[in-house]
Each structure stands twice: as C-alpha cells, then as structure tokens.
Design a protein around this ligand. Structure first.
Ligand code: IMP
Length: 178
C-alpha cells in the first residue's frame, strides 16, 4: 500500500502522551535521585518519546543511541534483529534506562536486554511507551509501560509506516489496512 494513502485517526492525543511522559519522568526522577544515569534511545522509533522523557528526568544523564531494525519497513516483525548502530561507549557499572517506542512480539526488547546485560551495567530499567500484550511471542518483563494497546498497527510520535509519519506529534491508528 502506498504509505501516503493511509487513513489515520487519533489514537493517543498529544496531550495524553505528554501527561504520561511527565508521570514516567517523575517516577524515574524519584528512582534515580542523586545518581548518574545513562539513558539509551532505541533508534529510530523511540527518538521522540526519548527526547521528551529525558527532559522530565531530573538527575545527571548521559545519552546513548542504539540502532536496531526488525520490521523491514512493513507492518510485521521479521523476528530477526539487526544492529544498525551500536552504543558509542561502555556502560559497565552504570545505571541504564533503556527507552523503547513499542513492544510488539517482544523479540527486539529481549534482544536489547540481553545485549545490554552482557555489558554488565549496575542496573537496567526498561521503559516502553507502548506495549501490545496480545502480540507477544516471547515473555518480556518490562519495568515501565506507558500504554497497553490492542494488536493494531499505529504510527506517529516516532513510529513509522515505511519510513513515514514519525513526525506526527500524536499516535494514530490506521483505518484502511486490508
Ligand atoms: P517487536 O520485536 O516485534 O517487539 O517489534 C518492536 C519494533 O517493531 C518496535 O521497536 C517498532 O519499531 C516496530 N513496531 C511494532 N509495532 C509497531 C506498530 O504498530 N507501528 C510501528 N512500528 C511498530
């Protein structure tokens, strides 16, 4: 389907998203008060959530970026996780917050957790904006979930369909997928 001919409807508004981001930010501020934290942004999908969230966490933060791809631009996970950009520095002994956009099958998050744990951080806290519990193919324990959603394809606020729609400030559902 032509990516530009999707019919979209608002699923989670900008205001609701920002309220949730601020709630999670407060919880993480409490948890990491006085500690230095490394926040990892999972590219590309979580860049918008990540940049809003780290502004709501009031402690010393360094930023890292981890690029992975598993969707090949379509609407279903390939199941195979490919690293497109590795972390730029060691995270051994650091408190790490891993920030994901969405947990669908859980394969990507499990891959990321294993990869980060193998580098011996002091702690690992996982955060995802969205989770589709009905789509999980493997058990996936998450520390903070913004919204649990039904098993439908969504775009916006960093999430794409064939590379488009990441710049929407809200999450939209696609009305016309066959
Ligand atoms: P998983 O490995 O199946 O959990 O897939 C996780 C990745 O697939 C996410 O980081 C997203 O990039 C992508 N993804 C999963 N569901 C959606 C969706 O509804 N819209 C856009 N991207 C999605």
């Amino acid at each position: 389907m032509n990516p530009k001919s999707l019919k979209l409807s608002t699923y989670i508004s900008e205001e609701t998203l920002q309220k949730k981001v601020s709630e999670i930010g407060k919880i993480l501020t409490e948890k990491f008060k006085g500690k230095k934290v490394t926040a990892i942004c999972v590219l590309k999908g979580s860049f918008m959530f990540y940049s809003d969230l780290i502004r709501q966490i009031d402690t010393d933060i360094t930023c890292e970026f981890f690029g992975v791809s598993s969707y090949n631009g379509g609407t279903s996970s390939s199941g195979e996780v490919k690293v497109t950009l590795d972390l730029s520095s060691a995270i051994e002994g650091q408190h790490v917050i891993l920030v994901e956009d969405i947990v669908d099958t859980g394969l990507t998050m499990n891959y990321l957790k294993k990869s980060i744990e193998s580098r011996n951080p002091a702690s690992l806290t996982t955060v995802t904006l969205l989770e589709k519990p009905e789509a999980l193919k493997v058990p996936c324990k998450l520390d903070h979930v913004g919204f649990k959603i039904t098993n439908e394809f969504v775009v916006g606020y960093g999430l794409d369909y064939q590379g488009y729609y990441r710049n929407l400030p809200y999450i939209a559902q696609v009305q016309n997928f066959q």
